[in-house]
Design a protein around this ligand. Structure first.
Ligand SMILES: NC(=O)c1ccc[n+]([C@@H]2O[C@H](COP(=O)([O-])OP(=O)(O)OC[C@H]3O[C@@H](n4cnc5c(N)ncnc54)[C@H](OP(=O)(O)O)[C@@H]3O)[C@@H](O)[C@H]2O)c1
Length: 285
């Protein structure tokens, strides 16, 4: 089976490369060879590769910058995805599109189900939702959308690596404790994506690591585990603060927990708690 991976240099893309199962012929097409702002490069990349499947792990992921760069975010997360879906339809290619918890408004009091009504509150969330809708409209049962959240990996920039840097360079930290989600090691999501392909998954699905946390809980756990693994030498105080004390250009959902149960069942997955996954990632560092 021939698979074209888009976004191979991102966190998830890098994990997808290193977890690629035997028997898959993996081709990657990266910026600048493919630029989601260039229709010609998208067509060339897909039509010269002629894969059986595409995994789209590329996206405009700068959530705050998207508030200013609305058009660029929309072209990458929506228009390009629409073009990719159209080429998949034309060339009989199946698609796995990665999406986000930011399609929800965060006002729920229970984990979001895949069939819950989206209501994004940021430009990034809105553009990702339009990308999802284009995929479903064009490809129907020839595509799967996997929404995830709070991704980190030993490759790329993320919350875990920022915290490790801050623990060495700052004397104290203030971290928001009222936004709740599920930290997710991209490595686990990569395995799930390959399994989803193997099972010809279709429709909208949710996947994150199991358990929930606030950013404050997450930061505290990173410090605790990093100390025990000797990745950092000193402990600094971490103070929980409300979101109002750390204003950002993009509004973020307060409650961002995704319900994964249906995917666990469909793919026969064993839930793994985010603390366990965090430790595995830190051990790699
Ligand atoms: N990070 C999170 O916390 C999070 C949470 C929920 C959902 N997600 C979703 O999960 C997926 C993977 O996220 P990630 O964290 O792995 O993202 P990432 O590390 O930011 O990687 C994004 C990838 O997209 C590529 N890209 C950006 N602009 C491009 C363009 N114009 N043309 C071609 N490629 C372009 C980047 O290429 P370069 O490396 O060349 O820049 C990079 O390889 C995305 O769909 C994201 O929306 C992420």
């Amino acid at each position: 089976m021939k698979v074209l991976l888009l976004g191979a240099n991102g966190q998830l893309g890098w994990e997808l490369k290193r977890t690629c199962p035997q028997g898959i012929i993996l081709t990657t097409c990266d910026y600048p060879k493919i630029d989601f702002l260039s229709t010609t490069s998208i067509i060339t990349c897909i039509e010269t590769t002629q894969p059986d499947w595409i995994i789209n792990a590329a996206a405009y992921t700068a959530v705050d910058k998207a508030e200013e760069e609305r058009e660029t975010a929309d072209r990458i997360n929506h228009t390009a995805v629409r073009q990719i879906a159209g080429l998949c339809r034309k060339n009989n290619i199946r698609l796995i599109q990665i999406s986000t918890d930011f399609v929800f408004n965060g006002k729920a009091h229970r984990p979001y189900l895949p069939q819950d009504t989206p209501d994004p509150i940021s430009v990034y969330g809105k553009t990702k939702l339009k990308g999802e809708q284009a995929v479903l409209e064009i490809l129907k049962d020839d595509a799967a959308i996997i929404r995830t959240a709070w991704l980190y990996s030993s490759h790329g920039a993320n919350f875990v690596k920022s915290m490790l840097n801050f623990f060495e360079t700052k004397s104290e930290l203030n971290i928001i404790d009222e936004q709740i989600g599920s930290p997710t090691w991209a490595h686990g999501l990569a395995h799930v994506s390959w399994k989803a392909m193997d099972k010809n998954l279709t429709g909208i699905h949710h996947f994150t690591d199991a358990g929930i946390a606030s950013w404050y809980d997450f930061a505290t756990a990173i410090q605790e585990d990093a100390l025990s693994l000797n990745l950092i030498q000193k402990e600094i105080p971490i103070t929980p603060i409300p979101a109002s004390q750390y204003p950002t250009p993009a509004e973020r959902p307060f409650y961002s927990v995704l319900d994964k149960r249906s995917l666990w069942q469909t793919l026969d997955l064993k839930p793994v708690h985010w603390r366990k996954q965090l430790r595995s990632m830190l051990k790699e560092l």
